[in-house]
Design a protein around this ligand. Sequence first.
Ligand code: FAD
Length: 500
Amino acid sequence: MSQMLDVAIIGYGPAGATLANLLGQYGLSVLVLEREAEIYPLPRAIHFDGEVMRVFETAGLRREVEAISRPGLKGMYFNNAAGETLLIRAGTSERGPHGCANNHYFHQPELEAVLRAGLQRYPQVQVRTRHEVTAIEDGQDFATLQVKDLDSGKVQAMQARYVVGCDGARSMVRKAIGTAMIDLGLHQPWLVFDVRLKADVPDLPDHTVQHCDPARPMTYCNVTGNRRRWEIMLMPGDDPEQLVKPETLWRLVSKWVTPEQADIERAVIYTFHSVIAETWRKGRLLLAGDAAHQTPPFLGQGMCAAIRDASNLAWKLDAVLRGRAQDALLDSYASERAPHVHAFIDLAVKLGDIIQTTDPQAARERDAKFKTGQPEIFQFPAPRLGPGVWQGDAAVVAQVFPQPMRSDGRLLDTVLGLNFAVIGDEAVLNAVSEDTRERWQDQGVVQLPARDPEVQAWLQQQGVRAVLLRPDRYIAGVAQTGHELDRISALLPTTAALAH
Ligand SMILES: Cc1cc2nc3c(=O)[nH]c(=O)nc-3n(C[C@H](O)[C@H](O)[C@H](O)COP(=O)(O)OP(=O)(O)OC[C@H]3O[C@@H](n4cnc5c(N)ncnc54)[C@H](O)[C@@H]3O)c2cc1C
């Protein structure tokens, strides 16, 4: 392939595959390069949240993702060493703020297969597996990649206007950018033990359990179908080689399951890290997913952050590549996403400190606190984006807009497509200037008078009369008047204005 690509994506994990699906929808020419022949076959992520399901929905894959996942409605239980439940982090309903359940469980290779199949819809999105990127040179108008075909050994140069490194924790794009990783403090080895039940084991709960035993903290998860996982903290004196032997594994989980009831799928020791890249972009090179950040999995958020990266980046790449925005718009990708993912990693680290307590006295104190109920420490974070394409002090700005049900029974996003949107009182929408009206027209902004009761209720609750949404469903600004709506509409990519 010698033509100039819009975007080259290095890495075909969840970050790369999701970004390729979103860019495919925009009609951009994309090449995904992946070193491995097949999807990484072993279980890794098992949980994603409602916002992430909504991104899959935007990518046109909600039905396919639902078919391989299950909503997690039952919450997370915190049990002490004796098995007594101290605290329950509440579950969610079938339809939460994003128009779906807030938690979903899945088997990562099955999700990746869905994402890969999704790309067949886009002839202009090409994938080369067994192709390794060995070098990158950034240039004024494009970047050049050296790509090695691992079967033939042939090396070929490829050119792209932008390169996104979705190439995982050991990212070579990150090295090309030359950035350091900020260490957020937690690095702890855990054994991840996945089994497949041979038949139903009625005593195994549907919900997730944090076994807060200071002698050996563990987490139990019901994944999907007959898959169950135990995450088991390594303790001082553990011999990693012994730990992954079947006899040790079965002994560790003997309270709950036996080798007669289940088969081992795999057992691997991972060191969970909490790091974030200092710089996510240099010139035409950008980072997304594990290449940019890694989190301990206590909130089940590593891949979720990767999907949020893809969603934030896709519309910006499209606007810049089509000449609707200046290249500077891409700076807002890191400035918005880095503080957001930082907040999630901080909470995962905090949660890890609580779960990983091994001092018996500290554990007793923690358990006493649990019993009096302090669920606020487990509240799902709702950070704002960092500075970028939004404006205003209202708490909802730079947060995701919910996805209400419309009166016609369709969810809101179905009418938004990949566009900006203004939603609000008809009177306010009609009171904007002629300039704004032209700008909306020019940018294909969807205009939605707030006639649906759920939308009206949200506006009323927030005390605002109109809201400007970005294609990634984040709120760019809110308005009480046509004049205020004029002001926030100046954020639309024609100007690529960056707030703050
Ligand atoms: C035990 C465990 C449990 C987890 N649980 C959760 C969870 O419940 N929820 C959650 O959201 N996340 C979870 N995660 C995290 C999640 O698995 C990762 O965040 C996710 O896989 C990252 O996706 P990615 O696409 O950024 O990177 P990866 O999946 O690592 O993909 C990177 C790809 O890039 C390719 N590549 C690298 N270099 C090159 C090159 N030079 N040329 C070509 N290709 C290249 C690699 O072969 C690889 O396929 C968990 C992780 C682990 C290990």
